[in-house]
Design a binder for this molecule. Sequence first.
Ligand code: GLU
Length: 445
Amino acid sequence: MSVLVRIAPSPTGLLHIGNIRAALFNYLFARKLGGRFMLRLDDTDSTRSSAEYAQAIQRDLSWLGLTWDLFGRQSDRLARYAEVLGELKNKGLVYPCYETQAELDLKRKTLLGRGLPPVYDRAALRLTDADRAARDAQGIKPHWRFKLEHTETVWDDLIQGPKSLPAASLSDPVLVRADGVPLYTFCSVVDDADDGTTHVIRGADHVTNTVVQIQLWQAVTSAPVPIFAHMPLLVSATGLEMSKRLGTLSIASMREEMGIEPMAINALLAKLGTSDPVAPRLSLDELVQEFDMARISHATPKFDLEDLRSMNAKILHLTPFASVLDRLAAQGLESVDETFWKAVRANIEKIADVRNWQRIAQGDYSPVLTEPDFLKEAAALLPLAPWDETTWGTWMDGVKARTGRKGKELFRPLRLALTGLDHGPEMKYFLPAMDRDRVLSVLEQ
Ligand code: GLU
């Protein structure tokens, strides 16, 4: 069996953390099993979908490195959905309904008011041929519902284990709206059947859809039902449901406003809610190697922006200069060289923070001068320019020999004088970015 998985985002907004988690798990699963990963835009609702969002989805996935092998748009397949609807009509598995949205809303409210589940009452099934003909004659266009079998739907979920859910508590799903637009549940099944989707990996919020989609699948094709895997939904750090703000926080804003690296998102999301520790990873290949569906736990994974920031810092800490060259340039930091990168990478949370260290290296800070006499002695031993990664060591050997100081006593006053801070970059990499005359004048103040 050749594995085919897919994600089906709607281009009605930007990708957020939940979509990306589904995309990542599908991608890792496909790569691990040598299968294919498909991006399918769920865009039949032309009033809500936009070309900009469709592009943004592709841009964000590419930025994360989640490249797809197959691409499709549901809006290209309207004729096919109409054809399948025709087949379902012939088999008597769908029925036309004429209620307006307002009527349906009223039915819902009435049921809810009586403490009953707001399940569609199948009133349209009781219409006679004459009733239907009268409505058709009035030009009222029907929407089409699929008649669910009120049996238990069972499947063996790759994450949740054996599932058995009754369909009786669900409304017969609308497959095609009165304006002819086919809806996600329906398109998704037709596509999965036509494309040969083998596994559907998605959030646990789709469990109910699965009940419907398995029945629909069996109505549409005799091919085996795909294997389903429902991932536990992310919750916020406090264990509560993700807030609207966090839940819809876009990948684009993580990139553009928070300065998050793609692998920080991938590395954190790949491990959240698994039995593996969350640890920095620099490539998707490493995550592919480590991926194992069996390690996804049933516990609720907590998503915290602080963890993302800290993962970003850990990743930058490990990132070699060659891999950040273009990103430094994109931030206007092309003057940063490899030595400086080595100095600061452990002391930044995002690439833009490099600028703060650059300012300090250029003298834009308030020196803290704790021991003026010692600093003057050190100034007298400051090596001549040009400086490189060995200069600091040579200088410290000299100061040590002259003053007898070592360890913190030796370094701390110098660091405070040269950076204004108690901790920060490794000085052997940081010093070469400074101007000797300026350093001398600070030490001699
Ligand atoms: N458009 C749906 C979503 O993004 C697709 C769900 C699915 O994977 O079937 O939630």
